[in-house]
Design a protein around this ligand. Structure first.
Ligand SMILES: *[C@@H]1O[C@H](CO)[C@@H](O)[C@H](O)[C@H]1NC(C)=O
Ligand SMILES: *[C@@H]1O[C@H](CO)[C@@H](O)[C@H](O)[C@H]1NC(C)=O
Ligand SMILES: *[C@@H]1O[C@H](CO)[C@@H](O)[C@H](O)[C@H]1NC(C)=O
Ligand SMILES: *[C@@H]1O[C@H](CO)[C@@H](O)[C@H](O)[C@H]1NC(C)=O
Ligand SMILES: *[C@@H]1O[C@H](CO)[C@@H](O)[C@H](O)[C@H]1NC(C)=O
Ligand SMILES: *[C@@H]1O[C@H](CO)[C@@H](O)[C@H](O)[C@H]1NC(C)=O
Length: 462
């Protein structure tokens, strides 16, 4: 029962039994695309059949396609329609099929497939429209329009379905907390058609440190391998998936780098005369944020009072904090040792500042207050300000700004003497240069716990 049949008979059959028609079309489709003529083989050709066919062909003009079927590219979710224009259809019928699925979709005005997104319309003239609503990826392929002439006539158009990219959250990295110095690979898995490409950027557009020798502003690939992560790598990373089908999508992955507190003490020896005020300073770096406080040498915590004013100024990046302790109206028992302490879940660090007495300046009346600290735009006091300094009685160099004075010790000489005295007198104390990557211009750090040096050396090796 291949293609050679009387049309009338065929379609009477269809009305009784759609299923058998479906089989019929499938045979036809296969025959056409395997290159065999659909009139082939299993029908015995006798003289009568042939003469009947010839007779019909002579009398009736064969149906013909009048236009090619346009190929369609559509994004998933759209509605599309294919048009098949036929002249001289007569009593023949037009069917739509999906070639790859070997499925008859519609015949004449009837929808055969169970796919509810398929429908068929006719413009009452020549054109038969196949409608596909809410196009899905599985709908892609070759759509055939076929006329059930004795030798079936077929033409086709392609449907290309494109799918905008999507990032699969379950297969992609989410926010991570990493110990400084460890390695981490961030993943971003994206789907879409065509297959999307994935690239990485940092949210603030700073460079991505891939390894010791390679930094990039953009990294391409589903995996972003970060080796020996440092605090400078902390921040939000974006993976961006695109395939030319809008919209591109991105996922923001926050990378937190944990490390124990580190302290930078620009001035470990600070001199001030009786009755003056003085400001002691420590700079900390810690993530997660440390608990910061000051103590006297006896370990007693210093609380806010008329004598003491403490401040923690968050820096930039936010793992930096500027600790300030203002001691007002210095009395004899205020001289001695002060400690700034920083604690976080990764560890604890403290540093010592010694306040010693100096002679008051003779050139002006005693001030009773300190000036507000001068700060740069990040809110950090500038450690290298040319402030009045009590470093050494002989080097006393006071600028009395109106009625106030500043007693921040800023001279390099003091730093040098500090280094010396610290190493001589503090058995636990170790002095390191601050890592060069740090934007602080301060020169020394004093650390009284053992693990920080290891960390610093580690930083150096990066
Ligand atoms: C549709 O696409 C096919 C294959 O890509 C091509 O051979 C055919 O010419 C295209 N048809 C039209 C109308 O562009
Ligand atoms: C991190 O990666 C580097 C380079 O691939 C490797 O040499 C090192 O051993 C890794 N470190 C850890 C802690 O896995
Ligand atoms: C850094 O990473 C790039 C890219 O993965 C690699 O080609 C290069 O060898 C790496 N360099 C080092 C020092 O690991
Ligand atoms: C401090 O300021 C004075 C005058 O303002 C200037 O002459 C001197 O060079 C400065 N010293 C430093 C170390 O900046
Ligand atoms: C500190 O004063 C002493 C004498 O009192 C002097 O020898 C020394 O050079 C001074 N140091 C500095 C850094 O000015
Ligand atoms: C360090 O110790 C020595 C002797 O122990 C002492 O003479 C010196 O003044 C001390 N220096 C400081 C800065 O405390």
């Amino acid at each position: 029962m291949a293609g050679k049949f009387k049309p009338k008979l065929t379609f009477r059959m269809r009305l009784r039994n759609k299923l058998s028609l479906l089989g019929l079309f499938l045979v036809t489709v296969n025959a056409v695309f395997s290159g065999e003529p659909s009139t082939a083989t299993n029908i015995p050709t006798n003289g009568y059949a042939r003469s009947f066919e010839d007779e019909v062909l002579l009398v009736i003009e064969e149906p013909e396609f009048t236009e090619v079927i346009e190929n369609i590219t559509a994004a998933a979710g759209r509605n599309v329609k294919f048009a098949c224009s036929v002249k001289n259809l007569g009593s023949y019928k037009v069917a739509w099929m999906h070639f790859e699925q070997s499925a008859i979709l519609t015949v004449h005005n009837h929808v055969i497939t169970r796919n509810p997104r398929i429908s068929v319309t006719h413009d009452k003239h020549r054109t038969w429209f196949l409608h596909i609503s809410n196009v899905q990826d599985e709908d892609k392929g070759r759509y055939m329009c076929q006329i059930n002439t004795v030798t079936a006539k077929t033409q086709f158009g392609f449907l290309h379905v494109v799918v905008p990219p999507n990032i699969d959250d379950s297969l992609s990295s989410s926010d991570v907390i990493i110990r400084e110095g460890s390695n981490e690979t961030l993943n971003c898995r994206a789907t879409g058609s065509p297959h999307p490409s994935v690239k990485w950027r940092r949210d603030d557009n700073s460079k991505i440190t891939i390894n010791k020798t390679l930094t990039v502003t953009e990294w391409e690939g589903e995996n972003l391998e970060l080796t020996k992560i440092s605090r400078l790598d902390m921040g939000a990373y974006l993976c961006i998936a695109s395939n030319g089908v809008p919209p591109a999508v991105s996922k923001r992955i926050k990378v937190s780098v944990d490390f124990p507190p580190m302290l930078l003490i620009p001035h470990q020896l600070v001199g001030a005369p009786l009755a003056y005020s003085v400001t002691l300073e420590c700079f900390t770096e810690a993530h997660p944020s440390s608990l910061n406080y000051w103590t006297r040498e006896d370990g007693q915590m210093i609380h806010e009072s008329r004598k003491y004013h403490t401040e923690n100024i968050i820096g930039s990046p936010a793992y930096k904090t500027h600790m300030r302790l203002v001691i007002s109206n210095i009395q004899q028992n205020d001289y001695g040792t002060y400690k700034c302490v920083a604690k976080n879940p990764r560890g604890e660090t403290d540093g010592t500042i010694r306040l010693y007495t100096t002679a008051p300046p003779t050139t002006s009346p005693k001030p009773t207050t300190t000036d507000p600290p001068s700060r740069n735009k990040d809110g950090w006091a500038n450690g290298d300000l040319n402030n009045s300094v009590y470093g050494n009685q002989t080097s006393l160099n006071m600028h009395l700004a109106d009625k106030g004075s500043k007693y921040q010790s800023n001279l390099n000489e003091i730093d040098k003497s500090e280094q010396k005295s610290s190493s001589e007198n503090d058995s636990k104390g170790v002095i390191y240069d601050w890592p060069a990557s740090d934007d602080s211009s301060a020169q020394t750090i004093k650390i009284s716990t053992l693990w920080v040096p290891i960390l610093i050396i580690f930083l150096y090796q990066r």
